[in-house]
Design a protein around this ligand. Structure first.
Ligand code: SAH
Length: 377
């Protein structure tokens, strides 16, 4: 089934399910239950089985998976939620990814770049609020050479020695990754976007290749970064088979972190008219990923909170254990527009954090002051 098919089915079943009392709901298909049990016990399925699990989505199966995933997450991370302060350091990008609002050829995007002082100020504000991880994310902006990033990293590490720094700056050379690691970077987020090379080719211009993306991820892991991959749910042309390939990649690559969120169209991109991914399928996949990798650091992303007003709470209840409030200066928030209607672009960092603390408390979870490293069992 393709993404549109999955989406229609989800909408239909959501409506049907909410009209049924618990007694009237059909028993979950035996095969599906078997798959979920196998996944829970072995943390692994075949490609075909992952595909059946995705095609077999029902609200009931989602609840069953979420229950198992939450229990597993609880046994490792308790009811704590880790926070990461996201600092969007530049929206200047040399790439032209077809889905991304800050792509090079979007001439309506007002470009900005934070100075080193701006970034250190964001960290200072974040530290005072209790953040112990800073995520520096941006487009592939040539200004941020290794030398400049080394200076930035050593300044952050000097001032905030008890903090972790995560970089999310796209594809660089092995030598560059090594230099940044030596300068103090602890983690690197580089979503693989899709584990299917042909699908990858339909989302990116020719200069970008699936092979290089994966080579980068391997290098990052070898160097010693806590490494994160991930993908968009409902991206243009995505099928259940593609998602199964994503899950298989996660199972075999074993990242420390995994960022997934719904695709949301940006009007100034090639896929501006494509429908968005759903919160339901995203949450379903969050549960599956928790069962594949019990200790994985799994964020309930801003995109999930954008597509559904209670998306981040639903993500945590499905097995996620990280949220990433925005620490960027308010003046640039709207300009880092990866997709339309991104939430939290007008609030001070303190307000964002307060709001998230309340949201987490409302579902029985607690935001903690902690670097939030990967729990190696
Ligand atoms: N240049 C960095 C950061 C990219 S932006 C890099 O290459 O890793 C971070 C993530 O936002 C991307 O990896 C992508 O998965 C996600 N993203 C981009 N456009 C999006 C959209 N339209 N909808 C949802 N997520 C999007």
């Amino acid at each position: 089934m393709d993404a549109l098919g999955i989406r229609r089915r989800l909408l239909f079943e959501k409506a049907a399910d909410s009209n049924l009392t618990a007694k009237e709901q059909p028993a979950m298909k035996k095969d599906l239950l078997k798959l979920i049990d196998k996944l829970e016990q072995t943390h692994s399925l075949t490609l075909e089985e992952y595909e059946s699990l995705i095609d077999g989505y029902t609200p009931q199966a989602a609840r069953c998976l979420a229950q198992k995933a939450s229990a597993l997450r609880q046994s490792i991370y308790g009811n704590t939620v880790y926070i990461r302060g996201l600092i969007e350091i530049s929206n200047i990008c040399k790439n032209d990814c077809y889905y991304c609002g800050i792509r090079k050829s979007n001439s309506s995007c007002r470009r900005y770049r934070l100075t080193l002082e701006d970034i250190l100020d964001c960290c200072g504000q974040g530290y005072a609020l209790g953040f112990r991880t800073f995520v520096l994310q941006g487009g592939e902006d040539g200004f941020f050479t290794d030398e400049i990033l080394e200076r930035l990293l050593s300044a952050i590490k000097n001032k905030f020695p008890d903090c972790a720094v995560t970089l999310s700056l796209g594809e660089r050379t092995r030598e560059s990754y090594q230099r940044l690691f030596d300068a103090g970077a602890d983690r690197y987020l580089l979503r693989h976007e899709t584990a299917d090379p042909i699908h990858y080719g339909s989302l990116h211009p020719r200069e970008l290749s699936y092979e290089n993306r994966i080579a980068c991820l391997k290098q990052l892991k070898e160097i010693g970064y806590q490494t994160g991959c991930g993908f968009m749910v409902g991206s243009p042309g995505q099928t259940a088979r593609h998602l199964a390939e994503d899950l298989k990649l996660i199972e075999t690559f074993r990242p420390h972190m995994c960022g997934i969120g719904p695709f949301i169209p940006h009007q100034a991109t090639v896929y501006g008219d494509h429908p968005p991914g759903t919160a339901e399928l995203t949450c379903y996949l969050l549960s599956v990923i928790r069962l594949i990798l019990p200790s994985v650091l799994l964020p309930a992303t801003t995109a999930l909170g954008t597509i559904d007003p209670r998306g981040r709470e639903k993500g945590i209840l499905s097995g996620a254990n990280v949220v990433m409030p925005n620490l960027s200066p308010i003046s640039v928030r709207k300009k880092y527009e990866l997709y339309d209607n991104k939430i939290c672009t007008g609030d001070e960092a303190a307000e964002c954090l307060q709001c998230l603390k309340k949201r987490m408390a409302s579902i029985g979870y607690q935001i903690v002051i902690d670097r939030g490293d990967y729990a190696s069992l």
